[in-house]
Design a protein around this ligand. Structure first.
Ligand code: G3P
Ligand code: CA
Length: 324
């Protein structure tokens, strides 16, 4: 009876808090990215979804890291010194070895540190295993919180990541083992893992990430043949429509780079039944613009800013939760 009542409360909360407030890498603007400390902070601010990134260790443990190789911008070795260059691939280290590195502070003087002046260091913070993040949320009783988990793999990542099929299978097993299938989505720029997941665990929601920028173009419109990011699909076969492309890949959500999210494409995606959740939006003016265009959610390094905007608009807010 108690379980039924709790399920009803969660169902009503989910319905009422329809706008998807996603904390990017936890809350990268405020706490060290992809750490338990950042996820705990995001829970306390009150988010719908934790956004996070996955790598896989040598001993096949799913860990939460944006970078395939240890990132010198925020990684210190056991000697307490920042790495002076890119470190080894996580795939070449065991979990015990990964745990020797401190990722709790941005390296002073780097452009990366300058980008996040409000980030408060947490010395001693470690790269968490995915199961540690699931456990944190369970201990907090945050049963309303979802997980938007990105497979960090690229068409050229080679043996620095598992192959797409192995990656998706490990992901599906971890999510099933945790009993979180209904609260997890898999996102990727490399749609090979999405198509693999569609075969392995079709019940896990799939999110098509896209970027069309000078630094990263995963779509490659107008070029002969398909983009290597899109698992054999070619945008030019869909009259250049990225929403149609995402639908054809079997995604429920289209997550474009926020600068690519134009009114007509947002409307087209919604007409196709896709949710639209742009990334990574930090400036209030951009958050405002995209909310006004009717997006279903936003991924932000500053969940506090987005929450304040939603509150000012009298939009429903997700519950806050204290990590234990
Ligand atoms: O959720 C999408 C976003 O996280 C993708 O960009 O590089 O921050 O993982 P990145
Ligand atoms: Ca990500």
């Amino acid at each position: 009876m108690r379980t039924l009542a709790a399920a009803l409360v969660i169902a009503l909360a989910t319905q009422a808090h329809a706008f998807d407030l996603q904390g990017h890498r936890g809350a990268r603007g405020l706490a060290p990215e992809n750490t338990l400390e950042a996820f705990a902070l995001a829970l306390s601010i009150g988010v719908t979804t934790l956004e996070l990134d996955l790598a896989v260790t040598k001993d096949d443990v799913l860990v939460v890291s944006h970078d395939r190789r240890l990132n010198p911008d925020h990684t210190r070795g056991p000697d307490g010194k920042f790495l002076d260059r890119e470190g080894p691939p996580i795939r070449s280290l065991t979990l015990a070895q990964v745990k020797q590195y401190d990722v709790g502070r941005l390296k002073p003087g780097t452009a990366y540190a300058v980008s996040f002046p409000e980030q408060r260091p947490v010395d001693g913070a470690r790269i968490p295993a995915l199961t540690e993040v699931f456990d944190l949320v369970k201990r907090a009783g945050a049963d309303h919180v979802r997980f938007n988990i990105e497979t960090k793999i690229t068409p050229t990542s080679g043996d620095e990541t598992p192959d797409p099929e192995t990656f998706a299978a490990a992901f599906a097993k971890a999510v099933r083992d945790a009993g979180l299938v209904s609260r997890v989505s898999i996102q990727s720029f490399d749609w090979r893992t999405l198509l693999a997941m569609k075969r392995i665990a079709p019940e896990i929601e799939r999110v098509c990430l896209t970027a069309e920028a000078l630094t990263l173009d995963t779509i490659k419109r107008g070029e002969p043949g398909p983009s290597p990011w899109l698992a054999g699909l070619d945008v030019d076969d869909f009259a250049g429509s990225v929403p149609r492309l995402a639908q054809s890949a079997g995604c429920a959500v289209w997550s474009p780079l926020y600068r690519n999210a134009k009114a007509d494409d947002i409307a087209a995606a919604k007409a196709l039944g896709l949710k639209v959740i742009p990334w990574t939006v930090n400036a209030p003016v951009d958050l405002e613009r995209l909310i006004a265009l009717g997006v279903d959610g936003l991924i932000t390094d500053y969940p506090d800013r987005l929450r304040a905007l939603l509150a000012a608009k009298n939009m429903p807010l997700p519950p806050q939760a204290a990590a234990r």
